[in-house]
Design a binder for this molecule. Structure first.
Ligand code: DPP
Ligand code: ZN
Length: 890
């Protein structure tokens, strides 16, 4: 396998205008007739037609109805004797494939007796020979034929044109998609499914049919997905003027899916995890994820489908933008400013605990990569989440209205085209010619080309005499693989100044006639810049990077008092939370820096504990926000601050900090539990979800403190709650509190939970995941995971189930995984190899668990390296896994 480079992009030598596909669906042998109209691309020198294909059996090739010569070259079908000239010609290719042997879940496969497809990025070539690249856009007609009893529902993209009976109990359906599309957006579904239906009218008065297709027993779990879809349609039309362009829009759920969901034109295919929800079976987090994933896939209809990517290096063009859109959608749906802030904090937490490590490790790559071996490995948090931050910065630089203008221009210019990240930024800048973005566009685009997380240092000095506060900002960015030197980025820094009593000070820069608002955004574009604020009456505390205005690491020498002031008073909710995180992180790092691993006194300074108590008891703050403030930074986040990582020490330290919080605030936790435990009839809105989250944390803290002291009262209450809970969120939180504190009631609760929900795959996934990530007691986590894999409900082949056990242990159980004897890593290697034989995409994800091995302390480092080398030395690795382990070993 060789690397593909962005600079080598060349337009296709042929265009495909129309595709007529006929499927005779059969699990063992599906026959596919692909009839295309092609023409030479006159802009490209005449050359052979090279069609991509993978695991296909080729039966016949006809050009304009006649047989032709062809050859095979590295999996491609090569046709050299095609008609001369620019006239279109017809190419007919007849192949077969074996969907029931397809464990990769890419291309056409069978899940629980139903046919599904997944074509992004390169699955279409597993269905038929094709120019399987996103810049070849064609009009598709699809004829599906199958046994009627086994496959009563036959779906594909676009509109149903015709359907009817055939001989031998078979039937057919003919679909036509009026929109040209790249092959990665093709989809078909055939099986026993039922639909929740909804008719809607868009603003223009056009009628649309919405359908959510699921297995018969799941229909009652589709209401939330349908509501989310209707809300998404209304939102895109209201906020961006982008209407639904289809008569029919379908979502279909499958329990075997590599990703979260897929935005196929008019026929989105979803992992059941992001469709099915009922109060009894899904948590608040599940409900929120469903809303955002349904939104995400729907928003792709414009940002991805109407305007698509020229090549896969531009993946963030659609993904970064669409993540930004789904984040904004969730925030707009959440409503209150505080609920928006909670969503922002959650998004930033993901960015900082997953993307920052990626950007600092061996797999670091720019938002628009320059090369790859396997494109499936580039569906990363950098492309998605950092890409969304890059769009968000553009939004912040041109403003909300300006961003809407930029979107409008982008569609005016590029509707129906396959374009690049540059085209998007250019439209944004051109629609806002007076903006900082337009002035600094070339420099801004370094966010697309340079990998790594920039570090911003802030230093303030106050001169009482002149009442001037000088803030000096400087930036740097560490080298990443292949990029030793970085040029300065354009970094929007939203900021405010707090007076010693917490008041927000009006901001006036030197040279400005009068003081302005108490918050503004400055742009850091040089390596170092100074800002002079005048008429500052007292030494201020700078509140910087408000709302996390840029994806950077901010360093500032705050005193504990400064941070306590921000935690109590900052008008920016994000920075208020951030101040608490900094204080807790500081306490953790202080202890980790100490020689003695046993702390002399408490880990958390008394003033911090009191400040956290004040937040917990605050009469106005949103419960969801309180819950976030009172959560100790994750082990990953703590680890990222260190040059050498001893995972067991970090784990023990974090657990000790949690126990301190549990004990010191015991009475306050009890009050919080009482105040928030009842939320009435279940509704998944952010306010009641926040109340449940805080109640759940309170219960967990109370159980933690109680278990430490052998006090049976709170575990007893948790067990009672577990039994009586009226919804899955409360039930699961109670179960989790018992499992995490290690109480003996955990076992009967787990058994009862399994008995209650056996047969509900998504709930059983939770049951597995909770146990696989349960705290390691005396090295029992790994044997427990092996035991779980012997459970009759376990199967590695189903990605959700593999994730719930293997990934939960390797990625979400640092205390159990990082064993001094290396057995956790050996297990990882074993599972990567086992998965690779079934499903390389999923295996390559798991292979990422040890990305940061080089920073581990001994003995972990040597053991991790040995495990990676064991994987790398295996014969017959997929390209996917090989690329990951090769990069990891550097
Ligand atoms: N289905 C994946 C997503 O929506 C890949 N496009 O992000
Ligand atoms: Zn997407």
């Amino acid at each position: 396998a060789t690397a593909i480079h962005r600079q080598d992009y060349a337009p296709p030598a042929y265009w495909i205008d129309t595709v007529e596909l006929t499927f005779d669906l059969d699990p063992a042998k599906t026959r596919v007739l692909n009839k295309m109209r092609l023409r030479r691309n006159p802009q490209v020198p005449a050359q052979a037609l090279r069609l991509d294909g993978e695991e296909l059996n080729l039966a016949r090739v006809l050009v304009n109805g006649a047989g032709t010569s062809f050859k095979m070259d590295g999996g491609q079908l090569v046709l050299e004797n095609l008609p001369e000239g620019d006239e279109p010609f017809e190419l007919e290719i007849f192949t077969t494939c074996a969907p029931d042997k397809n464990t990769q879940l890419s291309g056409l496969y069978v899940s629980e007796g139903t046919f599904f497809t997944q074509c992004e990025a390169q699955g279409f070539r597993r269905i038929t020979y094709f120019l399987d690249r996103p810049d070849v856009m064609a009009t598709y007609s699809v004829l599906l034929r199958a046994d009627k009893a086994a496959y009563p529902v036959l779906l594909s993209n676009g509109n149903l044109v015709e359907s009817g009976e055939l001989e031998d109990g078979r039937h057919f359906a003919r679909w036509h998609d009026p929109h040209r599309k790249p092959s990665y957006l093709f989809a078909l579904v055939a099986g026993k499914l039922v639909a929740r239906e909804q008719k809607i009218k868009s603003r223009s008065g056009a009628e649309h049919l919405l359908q959510v297709w699921v297995r018969a027993g799941d229909l009652h779990k589709t209401e939330h997905a349908m509501n989310s879809l209707m809300a998404s349609i209304a939102w895109d039309e209201a906020r961006f003027g982008l209407p639904l362009d289809l008569e029919r829009f379908m979502i279909v759920a499958t329990s075997d899916f590599n990703m979260g969901a897929m935005e196929n034109k008019g026929l989105n295919i979803f992992n059941t995890k992001y469709v099915l929800a009922s109060p009894a079976t899904a948590t608040d987090t599940d409900f929120a994820h469903i809303e955002s994933v349904v939104g995400h896939e729907y928003f792709h209809n414009w940002t991805g489908n109407r305007v698509t990517c020229r090549d896969w290096f531009q993946l963030s063009l659609k993904e970064g933008l669409t993540v930004f859109r789904d984040q904004e959608f969730s925030m707009d749906m959440a409503g209150s400013p505080s609920a928006r802030a909670v969503k922002r904090i959650e998004d930033v937490r993901v960015l900082r605990t997953v993307q920052f490590p990626e950007d600092a490790g061996p797999q670091a790559h720019p938002v628009r990569p320059d090369s790859y071996v396997e494109i499936n490995n580039f569906y990363t948090v950098t492309i998605y989440e950092k890409g969304a931050e890059v769009v968000r910065m553009q939004h912040n630089l041109v403003g909300r209205e300006g961003f809407a203008r930029g979107m409008k221009l982008y569609f005016e210019r590029h509707d129906g085209q396959a374009v690049t990240c540059d085209d998007f930024a250019q439209a944004m800048a051109d629609a806002n010619p007076d903006s900082e973005l337009a002035r600094r566009l070339d420099q801004f685009k370094r966010w697309y080309s340079q990998a790594g997380t920039p570090r911003v240092r802030a230093e303030g000095s106050y001169d009482a005499q002149s009442q001037i506060y000088t803030l000096t900002l400087s930036q740097s960015c560490a080298p990443t693989p292949g990029q030793p030197d970085k040029q300065p980025f354009v970094i929007p820094v939203a900021l405010g100044l707090l007076a010693p009593d917490g008041r927000a000070l009006p901001l006036q820069l030197e040279g400005e006639p009068e003081a302005g608002a108490t918050e503004r955004t400055v742009v850091l574009a040089e390596a170092r810049q100074s800002l002079r604020f005048v008429n500052v009456p007292e030494p201020p505390v700078p509140s910087l990077l408000r709302g996390f205005s840029a994806p950077v690491l901010l360093e500032c020498d705050y005193s504990d008092e400064d941070l306590l002031l921000m935690l109590a008073h900052d008008g920016d909710a994000f920075n208020r939370w951030e101040a608490g995180q900094r204080l807790m992180l500081r306490a953790a790092l202080r202890q980790l820096g100490a020689d003695d691993s046993k702390p002399a006194g408490p880990l958390l300074p008394p003033a911090l504990v009191e400040a956290l108590r004040a937040v917990l008891n605050h009469p106005q703050l949103d419960p969801a926000f309180k819950d976030l403030v009172l959560t100790v930074p994750s082990e990953t986040y703590i680890a990222e601050q260190l040059d050498e990582v001893d995972p067991q020490r970090i784990h023990a330290l974090r657990e000790a900090m949690r126990l301190e919080l549990a004990t010191a605030l015991r009475g306050d936790w009890a009050a919080a539990w009482e105040a928030h435990r009842d939320t009435g009839a279940y509704r998944p809105d952010p306010l009641s979800a926040g109340r449940r989250a805080l109640a759940g944390t309170a219960l967990a803290m109370l159980c933690l403190a109680a278990c430490q002291e052998g006090d049976p009262v709170w575990p007893g209450k948790a067990y009672q709650r577990f039994k009586d809970a009226g919804n899955m969120t409360d039930r699961f939180n109670a179960l989790s509190a018992l499992v995490v504190c290690g109480h003996e009631l955990a076992q009967p609760a787990l058994e009862r939970f399994h008995a209650l929900f056996r047969g509900d795959a998504l709930v059983i996934d939770k049951w597995f995941a909770l146990q696989a990530s349960a705290p390691d007691r005396g090295g029992r986590a790994l044997p427990a995971v092996r035991q779980l894999m012997q459970h009759p409900d376990f199967q590695l082949r189903n990605p959700n189930r593999a994730r719930s056990v293997v990934f939960s242990y390797c990625n979400a159980n640092p205390g159990g995984f990082h064993r001094a004897d290396g057995a956790g890593y050996a297990f990882w290697a074993e599972q990567v190899l086992a998965l690779d034989a079934l499903n390389p995409q999923v295996a390559a994800r798991l292979a990422r668990s040890l990305d940061r091995w080089a920073r581990l302390a001994e003995p972990y480092r040597a053991a991790a390296r040995a495990a990676i080398e064991r994987v790398a030395g295996h014969d017959g690795l997929s390209n996917d896994v090989r690329e990951v382990v090769t990069r990891a070993l550097g």
